[in-house]
Design a binder for this molecule. Structure first.
Ligand SMILES: C[S@@+](CC[C@H](N)C(=O)[O-])C[C@H]1O[C@@H](n2cnc3c(N)ncnc32)[C@H](O)[C@@H]1O
Length: 247
């Protein structure tokens, strides 16, 4: 928490905010989101899905993957509390729908489904895309599966299991235009996932890393990664690090 506060102060005073090359295509795409007037249908549907989770006070047993939680002391958790803590925020959810709508990726991978909030944004952004989402906790994934089915979002396949097992499987023969990295926010794990995912890139692949200021490890990962030679250009804000890979 202390790390996040000090990072946020630096961020606000602009010392760590930057984008790469002005007028690059990634920056244009991001800037176009402010002007985009998306049909209210998409945002209303997303807000309805979000609300249904916030009103779901049933308890589930959450499987922990080693990092523990900054917020929960027990693995018995209310769905509504998980949605508040781990789910994508209202503002970022709207931004993700718009991003996908503008970019129109056909093959999307999400690493970290949780209750399916981010997944619903990916699906609403492009209902014609094929989406694979990975989640390790079976009970959380069950809630996500029901929610997405009840919401009529049918272009999603959730694969349950530890990323160490599911990620090599789904990346073996597939290419992804968009990967949304949102699970296991540690330096080592994120570097490992990136290595595994490299073979899935297309000439126009974009990767989004959520929570780049969540921890020192995530921040270090991002500071190193955005300077790698495989990055054509990048954009960052407080939550997201976005890269277009060199095709
Ligand atoms: C931040 S949440 C995802 C939030 C979701 N993308 C959203 O926008 O609503 C991260 C999820 O990754 C899962 N996770 C973390 N480490 C994992 C691992 N090593 N293997 C499988 N799942 C893992 C957690 O169970 C959790 O549900």
């Amino acid at each position: 928490m202390i790390f996040q506060v000090s990072q946020y102060i630096k961020y606000k005073f602009n010392s760590i905010r930057s984008t790469s090359i002005l007028n690059d295509d990634l920056l244009q795409l991001i800037r176009s989101l402010d002007k985009l007037e998306l049909s209210p249908h998409y945002l209303e549907k997303y807000l309805k899905i979000r609300q249904s989770l916030l009103e779901n006070h049933s308890m589930i047993e959450v499987t922990d993957f080693g990092k523990g939680s900054k917020f929960f002391t027990s693995n018995q958790r209310k769905v509504s509390s998980i949605a508040k803590v781990a789910g994508i925020s209202k503002k970022n959810g709207e931004q993700l729908i718009k991003f996908v709508h503008q970019f129109q990726p056909q093959h999307i991978l999400e690493i970290g489904t949780s209750l399916g909030l981010g997944t619903s944004c990916l699906s609403l952004g492009n209902p014609n895309a094929d989406i694979i989402s990975l989640e390790g906790c079976p009970e959380t994934a069950t809630v996500a599966t029901s929610l997405l089915q009840e919401s009529g979002l049918t272009n999603i396949e959730i694969k349950i299991g530890e990323f160490e097992k599911t990620l090599p499987e789904v990346t073996e023969k597939r290419k992804f235009d968009l990967i949304y990295f949102d699970g296991n926010h540690s330096y080592e794990a994120t570097n490992r996932y990136v290595e595994i995912c490299l073979k899935t890139k297309t000439p126009h692949t974009i990767w989004i890393f959520d929570d780049i200021n969540w921890s020192k490890g995530m921040n270090l990962f991002w500071q190193e990664f955005k300077r790698k030679s495989i990055i054509k250009n990048y954009y960052e804000n407080w939550n997201w690090g976005v890269v277009r890979l060199d095709g």
